[in-house]
Design a protein. Structure first.
Length: 409
């Protein structure tokens, strides 16, 4: 599909470029043609001017003709007899009877200036003191210039199309890279969603079949299957809710209307207090260092959700009997939240992909740990909605998630 899209983009670009180049070349050739015509007419006026100004005295002196260009012929027209008397035509492109016929034909056309039917010459009729003169100009040089221009334009057009085709090809590749990336992510998302839905649905189906096969048993005796079903339904509900949250985020359903001056310190502290007994039960320690009265522009509910995700992630993946550090500090412009824990070191690639949807560092422990691989993606989405930044770093076996938000004074 993407290959077809790339071909369509290139084809549309090349058609538009071809039309623009053709129009441009056509305009250039037309302007040049008009300029050549104007130049030729000017030369013809200059050639006939002495004959119209000095008339017979100029005509009778043959030495004056030496100044005339060789591609011009001058004749005097006798209208009453439809006859032309050639005054000057040395080395002209046409001679004798053809010249006479061309002169009469041009005069009888009724036009003051134009081109002969043979397309060989351009003519101009000038009247002065009762006399009528006609000038003929050889069009060979004019046509050669125009032909050279057209030939040059064709070469330039072909070269331009080839060069622009190559440029369009590379630009289309650049333009489609985000589309290809999005398409690949979409395919991966479909595969991941299918995987995440398949397991709980299989468990629910199996539990239902067991309950159906033991119709005579009491509910209490079958409670294990009911609890399993309830657990998987809870997991499905969480998955659907998380995906809806990310879908709204992708559709730019932002929370600017929910953003108010929020005490970030209180949000972090409240969630830390809720997690302390959970950490205690898991035989882990939550160590907090929270700066008081750090205010940001945000949604209290979503900032609390951010804290829950980071604390829950640290709880799941930290070493047994280890300490998780939660620190909130601030500078003049930024509020910085850090959650650090001892865990299996993350490679550079794992750090790069850790915020992707359904990504898990250790897939073999995914069901044991719970969750669905969307937590950190949601955390990143929340931070972006608050116009902040979230990152992960790993020094030896210490993994640290850092959140930077704009501080309100």
């Amino acid at each position: 599909m993407l290959r077809k899209l790339r071909f369509q983009i290139i084809a549309i670009n090349m058609v538009l470029i071809f039309i623009i180049i053709c129009i441009s070349m056509g305009v250039i050739v037309n302007i040049m043609s008009k300029n050549l015509e104007s130049s030729s007419i000017t030369r013809m006026y200059q050639a006939v001017k002495p004959f119209t100004e000095y008339a017979e005295s100029f005509i009778s002196d043959k030495e004056n003709y030496s100044m005339q260009p060789k591609d011009i012929a001058v004749a005097k027209i006798i209208p009453e007899q439809n006859e032309a008397i050639v005054i000057f035509s040395d080395e002209f492109i046409i001679q004798n009877e053809e010249l006479q016929n061309t002169l009469i034909e041009c005069y009888l056309s009724g036009e003051e200036r134009g081109i002969s039917s043979s397309d060989k010459v351009r003519f101009l009729i000038e009247r002065s003191s009762g006399s009528t003169f006609m000038v003929l100009l050889d069009r060979q040089a004019e046509k050669q210039t125009l032909s050279s221009l057209i030939y040059t334009c064709i070469i330039i057009c072909i070269l331009s199309i080839v060069v622009l085709f190559i440029i369009s090809f590379f630009l289309s590749n650049l333009a489609l890279k985000p589309v290809e990336k999005s398409w690949a992510q979409q395919k991966q998302l479909v595969a991941d969603v299918n995987h995440e839905l398949k397991t709980p649905l299989t468990v629910i189906m199996a539990n239902t079949e067991i309950l159906e096969a033991n119709k005579s048993e009491t509910i209490e005796s079958q409670m294990i299957w009911i609890k399993n079903t309830k657990s998987e339904l809870k997991r499905l509900t969480e998955l659907v809710n998380n995906m809806l949250f990310l879908a709204r985020s992708d559709n730019n359903e932002n929370i600017e209307s929910e953003l108010t001056k929020t005490n970030f310190s209180d949000c972090v502290e409240n969630e830390a207090l809720l997690f302390e007994p959970v950490y205690y039960e898991k035989d882990k320690t939550l160590q907090c260092d929270i700066e008081k009265n750090v205010f940001v522009s945000g949604s209290s509910a979503k900032l609390k959700q951010l804290c829950v995700i980071l604390l829950d992630n640290a709880l799941k993946y930290s070493y047994a009997q280890s300490t998780v550090t939660l620190k909130l500090s601030s500078t003049k412009e930024k509020a910085e939240l850090k959650v650090s824990n001892k865990a299996t070191p993350l490679s550079e690639e794992q750090q790069k992909n850790i915020f992707q949807r359904f990504y898990r560092v250790d897939r073999s422990r995914s069901r044991e740990m719970g969750g669905n691989g969307l937590g950190l993606s949601i955390a990143e989405s929340i931070v972006k909605e608050h116009k902040g930044k979230i990152s992960v770093s790993c020094v030896e076996d210490t993994v640290t998630f850092t959140v930077l938000l704009n501080k309100l004074n």
